[in-house]
Design a protein around this ligand. Sequence first.
Ligand SMILES: Nc1ncnc2c1ncn2[C@@H]1O[C@H](COP(=O)(O)OP(=O)(O)OP(=O)(O)O)[C@@H](O)[C@H]1O
Length: 298
Amino acid sequence: MITLTQLTKKYGDRLAVDDLTFSVTDGRVTGFVGPNGAGKSTTMRMMIGLTRPDRGDVRYAGVHYRDLRHPARTVGAVLEARSMHPGRTARNHLRATAALSGIPSRRVEHVLAEVGLQPAADKRAGTFSLGMRQRLALASALLGDPQVLLLDEPSNGLDPDGIRWLRDYLAGFAARGGTVFVSSHLISELSMFAHDLVVVGGGRLLAAESVQAITARNDVDVRVETPQPTELLEHLAAHGVASEVRADRLILRGTTRAAVSQIAFDHRIRLLELTDVSRTLEDSLLDMTRPTAEFASA
Ligand SMILES: Nc1ncnc2c1ncn2[C@@H]1O[C@H](COP(=O)(O)OP(=O)(O)OP(=O)(O)O)[C@@H](O)[C@H]1O
């Protein structure tokens, strides 16, 4: 279990991370989502002592990161694609990393196999694709056989096969009792394998709950096709109905089919389609984070 309590970090006047309190449960995959600049990377850096918080702390099973006896055996982290000596082979890179952390070199062969890099073990890291470098970074994080894996945007640069492999790997790691905390801006991808989500925006916590709970709360929208969209939108707005135009259809929030058909009928507006549509997890998360987005598109 990882516990973050009132974690706060200011850069100049800007609160990058603002009083974050949440916990990450063992045996589950927890997704960490939020728009650009939400404070995800800063939080993850504070979780492994790379950035010093102004306030608050992070504990692993009750112990401060700085007090861990064997940090590499507790937490394996893959943050920004770290620089590797381009002339060094994957195997030698792992041997050097293991030696630095006092980890027996026999772990090297184990982690190479674990991430499927054995066939490329004697190739120089400088020749690796981004996807292979990601696997090598994951292999380094696994050297200490950690309880916790922290990954910042690990699917960047992976092809669809690589993404599926990573997803299955992390699900297996959690199923064996491990703790997985993974940030991603690909909400739809995270929703396929995360059990829990921590949502941040503007440095603040917006939600920390199971994917199931967020999905269960999802409302239903009403989708309408009409040859008189402008007229209908005008009357809907007068009734306080929020709307969005998507592919020639109106998507209406906070209303019902009955209410829309009544409004249309009252104003002699023809409807070609009137359907309930479930909101996706992505819709709900965008609703939560949109007001906090640094570069809102709307
Ligand atoms: N070293 C730093 N100095 C000054 N400001 C910083 C520093 N690191 C981050 N910030 C600022 O803190 C805020 C949070 O940044 P952070 O990188 O943690 O967000 P993020 O959620 O990881 O975003 P992204 O997905 O774009 O990486 C941003 O406004 C960023 O500009």
